[in-house]
Ligand binder design. Structure first.
Ligand SMILES: NC(=O)c1ccc[n+]([C@@H]2O[C@H](COP(=O)([O-])OP(=O)(O)OC[C@H]3O[C@@H](n4cnc5c(N)ncnc54)[C@H](OP(=O)(O)O)[C@@H]3O)[C@@H](O)[C@H]2O)c1
Length: 245
């Protein structure tokens, strides 16, 4: 129970990697606040599962691109749960667009949800971090190193996120707040459910460990980065891709 007595906020906690992270941090002893956008049913299910297994979790609705909503949600979380030790920013979206199809709306949506929202949640949480410090974990992608056709804007939004991770780590180190990112390759979630099977097979064949990631594969790494075991790691992006890159 490496996070016993700690408080963790997980954005995107209703589905996919975020749901796995919420469950894993709760298993490690943290009280978990799940932030979701619209999928109240899924978020409630994750919190109920955690409760059934003896953990503590609650759900909070907020669009992470809306700084006022995020600020209100985090204030409510801190009031109910106490000072925050872990902020896992997992919420994100992927919109494919080839170079000729990129629109201003698509660019804004990718950068607002994948990049700007990390600024809003970090800012909203700073005043509520425990005095002893804590851990912020962002989620990038292996595509930063090898963007495929149609992924340039998404990959760029995550590349910017990796630079934010490094910059924030530099600024927050004095408060003993570590800031890191975890960068998965294709992971089996709703986000990747529409990828055609031949492409998935190709990706699997290029992955030395011979399979694609499940959300738990990523959640376990997030839990490590959140824990005291990772106390000497900050400003880094951990490529978590089964050796794909
Ligand atoms: N899956 C992959 O292959 C993969 C690979 C590399 C990196 N990633 C990154 O990992 C993260 C999680 O991906 P996933 O595959 O687990 O995605 P997912 O299954 O599609 O789940 C997305 C989550 O983000 C939440 N969300 C989206 N927009 C939001 C907003 N504006 N405000 C608040 N919450 C919002 C959703 O909430 P609702 O349920 O309420 O909609 C949901 O919980 C993302 O940052 C993604 O870019 C994924």
């Amino acid at each position: 129970m490496k996070l016993r007595g700690q408080v963790a906020i997980v954005t995107g906690g209703s589905r996919g990697i975020g749901a796995a992270v919420a469950r894993r941090l709760a298993r490690d002893g943290a009280a978990v606040a799940l932030i979701y956008q619209s999928n109240v049913e899924a978020a409630t299910q994750v919190a109920a599962d955690i409760g059934r297994h003896g953990g503590r979790a609650a759900t909070f609705q907020a669009d992470v691109t809306d700084e006022h909503a995020v600020k209100a949600a985090v204030a409510q979380i801190a009031a109910e749960f106490g000072p925050v030790n872990v902020l896992a920013h997992i919420a994100g979206v992927f919109d494919a667009a080839g170079v000729g199809e990129i629109t201003r709306d698509l660019f804004d949506r990718q950068f607002l949800i994948n990049t700007w929202s990390v600024i809003t949640t970090t800012q909203a949480t700073l005043g509520h971090f425990a005095p002893e410090g804590g851990s912020i974990i962002n989620v990038s992608t292996s595509l930063v190193h090898e963007p495929r056709a149609g992924t340039a804007v998404y990959s760029a939004s995550k590349a910017a996120l990796e630079t934010l991770t490094l910059g924030f780590a530099t600024e927050l180190g004095a408060r003993n707040i570590r800031v890191n990112a975890v960068a998965p390759a294709i992971t089996r979630t709703d986000m990747t459910a529409d990828i055609p099977q031949p492409h998935l097979d190709h990706e699997r064949s290029l992955t030395p460990l011979g399979r694609l990631a499940e959300p738990d594969d990523i959640a376990d790494v997030v839990a490590f980065v959140a824990s005291h075991d990772a106390r000497w790691i900050t400003g880094r992006t951990l490529l978590t891709d089964g050796g794909r890159m």
